[in-house]
Ligand binder design. Sequence first.
Ligand SMILES: [Zn+2]
Ligand SMILES: [Zn+2]
Length: 265
Amino acid sequence: LFANHDIHVHTVLSSCAKDALATPTNYIQRAAELGLKTIGFANHVWDRSIPGASAWYQPQDMEHILTIREQIPEDTLGVKVLIGCESEYWGDGKVGISRAAADQLDYILLPMSHTHMKGFVAPGSITSLAELSQLLVKRFHEVVDLRIATGIAHPFFPIGYTEQVDEIIAGISDTQFEDCFGKAAEAGVSIEIQPKFFPSLLGRTIEGFHDATYLRVLSLAKRCGCYFHFGSDAHSVAAIDAITILDQVALQLGIDQDDILPALR
Ligand SMILES: [Zn+2]
Ligand SMILES: [Zn+2]
């Protein structure tokens, strides 16, 4: 496996992970079976020292996600285990994790496209897909400028708009992407590659969302010299298997070891 790590994995500590079997022990077991070298747990977190948490985020604080440390089995079957998080970025420089909290974790994933959280992450003033495209560009710049993210979770993926992905991404020009990814490359902020970017490879047909869209996005990131990491965004143990489809994506994009986030090589 070239895609031999998965650092975007949610356990039962994330409110949206409904699979009671989504425990570190079960994930590590499956990761070992798949031949993964590293697994990283990135539960949703909102640090209590930061005001503005939504009701959904409130119980998912640092203390909550750090209980994972007691859940990691002694024998990790040769798989390296990292404890990270997926926090939140909701505009105007506002991020759901403080630097002090970030220092307690191995890595920080920040999303800039939880656009399904309407009236919170996505302002209520957004009325068109074109505005959404431009919001994503703005948020990407802002999130990189924070200098707190190790990597961007599902970059530019407009959650809640699956059938409009092609159109929303087409609304962002190559130059805009190059400005974004040039900045990320300079800051060493890693670009996440997720299986869900490639519906055809997953055997799905989705009107308005084709594999070519993310091949374009990621090839621009590659051209700009960004680091990459792989992340399944699994919310159940079976979902990490999808990481294996990313070998062919990496090959197609010409991504090699030197392009991978150094800590994961
Ligand atoms: Zn996310
Ligand atoms: Zn996630």
